[in-house]
Design a protein. Structure first.
Length: 412
């Protein structure tokens, strides 16, 4: 009987992972639907890249602020409802962008798309935390991360190809329809994603109801430190993804093909690191050491790029190593936050800390762009290395602290 139960649980775990991964993939694909089209939109509407960049700033800023609120709604109304609503909203906004007649019409759609995007991390991670077996959580978080990376990786090629074969309008409509199809599939299989929010609240001894007003949760040291970790790692990661090619070509004289290969291999290494980190997270209790060590190694590898990037053969393997080290931290990081948030609204915690990701992502392009414009390409890698290094000690503090319900503190 136990073997049958275990087999059934394994099938359910796999279905939950697949549904959440498909939603996360679509969110990252839709996130990057606009950026590959910027050269076309620049010519089509006669606007500069600063104006086009404003679309992404609005998107990530709205997503960041929205994630905190989405986390509260996840705890109150259920993650599966927010997840379907988020995919639908984001997909509709992208599809409607294919019908705009002026640049200014993009701006409100970017805001609406950001609101739709805001639900994914609190909803995804709450579902995985409640619906996947404890012993498979490491690989569940890894699959979640890999699906997002694949969405980022396929978006530029898919959007460029569709725009070339048809038009940029057709590309946006098609990718929006794809997102709506994913929303329909997730909604059809929502039974695999539902968990009893009332039972969860009761199992927490009333902590969510009695104690932890939202500001108390997000003001706790562990949540603020986790927020800082996400902001720093997203800041550094966005710096590499956005400006590594420009820095390597202008600052170190590398050929565009070598610089592009280096970034591509960094992203592939990141995905491989997520796989490795997922299995490692299931086989260790020292998740803080995995996350902290990975960030230190990633920081060191980025510094190596500064010292040796003028020697082209070293760039690709060093960036691969940096990507692997960075990627392997993610599953252990998510388990640490889940563990620290035990006893309070998990959606609220995940929603707030992941808004740090959007903060780092939205501010990085401005700062790194200024470094490139001021002929300081070497500083791009120095600042990335510094951000990764500063993120490392926050992991140790997350491991040592926990969100304390007020009722528990009062009882001491």
């Amino acid at each position: 009987m136990s073997a049958v139960v275990s087999e059934e649980a394994g099938r359910n775990d796999g279905t939950v992972m697949a549904l959440v991964a498909s939603a996360h993939y679509s969110s990252h694909l839709l996130q990057l639907a606009f950026a590959p089209l910027f050269p076309i939109l620049h010519a089509e509407f006669g606007v500069g890249y600063t104006e086009l960049g404003l679309l992404m700033t609005l998107f990530y800023a709205t997503s960041g602020f929205g994630q905190a609120a989405a986390g509260v709604l996840v705890d109150r109304y259920g993650a599966h409802r927010l997840l379907v609503a988020g995919i639908t909203t984001l997909s509709l906004a992208v599809a409607l962008a294919g019908f705009v007649t002026s640049y200014w019409m993009f701006l409100p759609l970017a805001v609406v798309a950001g609101l739709g995007n805001s639900v994914f991390h609190p909803a995804d991670l709450s579902i995985l935390s409640h619906r996947v077996s404890e012993r498979r959580l490491g690989r569940a978080f890894a699959v979640h991360g890999i699906s997002g990376q694949l969405g980022f990786a396929t978006a530029p090629a898919a959007m460029t190809l569709m725009a070339g074969l048809g038009s940029w309008r057709m590309a946006l409509v098609i990718v929006g329809i794809f997102g709506l199809a994913v929303a329909a599939i997730v909604n059809w299989n929502r039974a695999f994603l539902v968990y009893d929010t009332r039972r969860v609240a009761a199992s927490h001894a009333g902590a969510v109801r009695r104690s932890t007003r939202y500001l108390e949760i997000v003001g706790s040291p562990v949540v603020l430190l986790a927020f800082a970790y996400f902001a720093l790692t997203a800041f550094g990661g966005t710096g590499i993804q956005t400006f590594a090619i420009a820095a390597l070509t202008s600052g170190f004289g590398l050929a565009l093909s070598v610089a592009t290969l280096g970034l591509t291999m960094y992203l592939i290494g990141n995905s491989f690191g997520l796989v490795l980190g997922g299995f490692l997270a299931e086989r260790t209790q020292n998740h803080h050491r995995v996350a902290m060590g990975g960030m230190i190694v990633a920081s060191a590898m980025v510094l190596v790029v500064v010292g040796l990037a003028s020697f082209p053969p070293i760039v690709v393997p060093v960036l691969i190593a940096a990507g692997v080290a960075n990627g392997m931290t993610a599953p252990s990081r998510d388990i640490l936050i889940r563990r620290a948030a035990s006893g309070v609204g998990m959606g609220s915690v995940f929603g707030f800390v992941y808004s740090g990701f959007d903060l780092g992502s939205s501010t990085a392009p401005l700062i790194f762009g200024a470094l490139i414009d001021n002929q300081a390409p070497h500083a791009v890698f120095l600042v990335v290395a510094l951000a990764f290094a500063l993120a490392a000690p926050t992991v140790m503090q997350v491991r040592r602290r926990a969100v304390r319900p007020a009722s528990a503190v009062a009882g001491e």
